[in-house]
Design a protein around this ligand. Sequence first.
Ligand code: GCB
Ligand code: CA
Length: 903
Amino acid sequence: MKNFLTVSMLLLSSTVCAQDSEQIKYSINDSWIFFKDATEKPVALTEIGDRDVEIVNLPHTWNAEDAIHGATSKTEGFYRGPAWYIRNITVPSHYKDKELYVFFEGANQETDVFVNGQFAGNHIGGYTRFVFPISKFVKFDSSRESAEFELAVRVDTSHNLDIPTLQADFTFYGGIYRDVFLVATEKTHFNIEDHASNGIFIRTPKVSATQAELDVDVQLMNSGAADSKVKLESIIYGPDGEQVAAYSSDHKLAAGKVLTVKPVIQPIQNPALWSPDSPSQYRLVCKIYDAETNRKLDEVTNLFGCRWFSFDAKKGFFLNGKHMKLIGTNRHQDFKGIGNALPDYIHREDIKKLKEMGSNFLRIAHYPQDPAILELCDRLGILTTVETPIIDTISESDAFKQNCLNIQLEMIRQNYNHPSLIIWAYMNEVLLRPKYKDDKEKQKVYFQRVYEVASEIEALTRKQDPYRYTMIPNHANLNRYKETGLTDLPMIVGWNIYFGWYGGKITNVTSEMTKYHNAIPDKPIIVAEYGASADPRLHALAPVRFDFTMEYATRFHEEYLKSLANLPFIAGMNVWNYADFGSVGRVDTVANINNKGLVGIDRKPKDVFYFYQAALLKEPLIGIAAKTWIRRACVEDEAGKGICRMPVEVFSNQKELELFHNGISLGKKEIGDHNKAIWDVPFVDGDNLLRAISTTDKTVEDFATVKMDVYPIKLSNFPSSGLSLNCGDYRFFYDDQIDQAWFPEKEYSEGSWGYVGGKVYSMSPAPRQQHGTSEPIKGTHCDPLYQTQRIGIKQYRFDVPPGVYEVTLHFAELTGQKSTALPYELSGSDDKKPSSAKNRRFTVNVNGNPVIEQISLARDYGSFRAVKIKSFVTAEAGEPLILDFVPSEEDAVINAIELNKKL
Ligand code: GCB
Ligand code: CA
């Protein structure tokens, strides 16, 4: 251990005596009776009657299933409303001398708690913790060993104009979706009633390499009816577990009161500094003893770190005097199939993954998350910013403002001691959808109100915590935020930018951000969001903006990382988002999912994850991008050779790599721009094993297996996989549910196969996507196949050997009434006017015989619905298979085709 404090150090011997007591805290997550019901009065277990109940364990959300509609609708069936959780709790009789609490880590969004039918408390806000004392509602009978009580919890997610979040691009899963605990303390204890904190607030106002000053508030609470005298012990342990110092003080506590004391703590000499590379944590253990009996009444441990940091508008971020570019991601808190009701294991795994990716920064957005998140960031060394969920818009009511302030205060009090936490943020893109578009005067008043609410939150935050920074993250509308004053208020301005995704170009990032910096030259900037969607099922060799391919997302991030890392005034940057997340109301290639994650909602890495890992991680690493695209279809390069060359990108932080394909070396390559090397791999039909190896520093390798369906140019040898063709599209599609690879269409050429005539369907005027539609398609999970279409198709021709063939034609009418407007639109809106479907009618003849006659997609199936029609044809020797599309009204269309040989 470093320098011991000798002057004020007391040698305390805390011999444990039999009656010693600490708070008892255990989860009460299991076996709750759950039902949806609007009643406001608590229902007793005996009164449940024939209600439709379920027995559930916490964490729980009632939206795990209805948040995922597949592609049936945008928000239809998504339950927002009240529901009840009820269970019985049994405690030992001696708890009658204790103070009982029920402690919630989070329930979305308004909660009322009743004990034995009596109201115990109400909490507003879906993302912060809360605690209610409940002793007075529990009846103890000393003749019995135990006491029982009924806990009834009403949770309500109804849209409430007074409660943030009002609207946002993520799913508002309802329920008690984090742990709930029963807490039993002695009558004298640390005050957990201060916004569900643990009653101890540690500040490190002045830290240097030689010394760290501590300023600690300890809140002692006497819940009893009599005054008490206590001794407070505060012991500091170093990162190595050795005791650094210990202090003791005596206090008198008035009955029913809280006393805040500041133990005199000497500065820590030569502190082990906390940083991402070396996240050394100190431990402050506080104990309360009964002054007379010396019985221990309570004990609480807090970890803290010694570090200092600053943001400079020109030079960026400094930690412990050293410059550091903050690079990382944002994170939402949901997971595939379980909504936001995550076991802590997943929270921890996420932070571990972020560390494995090499990131040093996390924006916990758009709301405070499970305690496990900050705990692990502290321990693994990831700097963080956390914020309250005031998003897109505000209500002008005083109740709304009050709720915002209260949630901000809860967030601060509950997360006060984390060394990883450096920024308190609030209000994400709050001017995205300003009200009163058509009444400029009224709008001005609204903007003033936004400013007023923001300035009160800012003042509260600075007062609560003078040693951290504040931030407001805005969308890329520089002038609007500047004019409203929202860029003046916080200490850091955050910008959420999507140049090259929703609009603009990725190559403009440098010039745009330079403009932003020059406009507000004295404010530190964090690019709090940037990202592009990627559906792991979609791939393209020449990707374009807004096409949802894995390859476009990789290009996007390569460009952003290069641009932003080179701008000294950008202090930090956070990818939007670490993982794909649920967003009821969003429609992209996967309905109800925002897929801008570096990993999927199931946490499977995408190519971009490996790109960042190679760029950021110090430990030797190789990541073959191909391993995320495990099943493909392609056409052989040369007739009869059975080989199809495709580029394979390999990311690495090593100098040189060698790639092997099915055991054969494809040569060594130097890692170039964007931490990668590219090989042209001669894929063969069936399994292709790729192995990349580097022996520069030490041996590192990575493997990938790609299963390829190589389609012959001439069908004389008809492939056993059949042909699966995605029409009107240049993208490869992989149906991961049934492991089927779809090849983008190709044009017919003599002796081969493909389409004749028609063009790629695109909407006019073209919205963000340059071809097809992004409307969800009903009746399929393969939306991208049906969202794209060849229109005006004349013919599909296959020069096949004789046999019986199965032809499956896939259609969807892409005109007509769309689903309801998005609750969230980033910049303006796509065409939302009701439009009627084209009344197209056409016949498909195969070798002259109609297999589909006078089909009208709109009339027979409706718009935006997948239609699959299968039929059989015989091709005689020397006879090709020709599908003629004959329109009677409007153009004929085709969205995808499958061809298989049966006999
Ligand atoms: C934003 C929002 C975020 C969205 C994101 C997107 O600017 O802050 O909530 O999810 O854009 O993906 O459009
Ligand atoms: Ca298609």
